[in-house]
Design a protein around this ligand. Sequence first.
Ligand SMILES: [Zn+2]
Length: 46
Amino acid sequence: MQEEKKKCPFCGEEILKVAIKCKYCGSILDGSDQEKKITISGVDLR
Ligand SMILES: [Zn+2]
């Protein structure tokens, strides 16, 4: 089975594409590829 990967927009480490939370820096990735969206852990900017 192939695991798709992407780079964490916050720390640049490779993580699973399905990951919603970076295991390296702990950032919430929101399950989407929107790298523009900035989410600070524990803070909702909306
Ligand atoms: Zn990260």
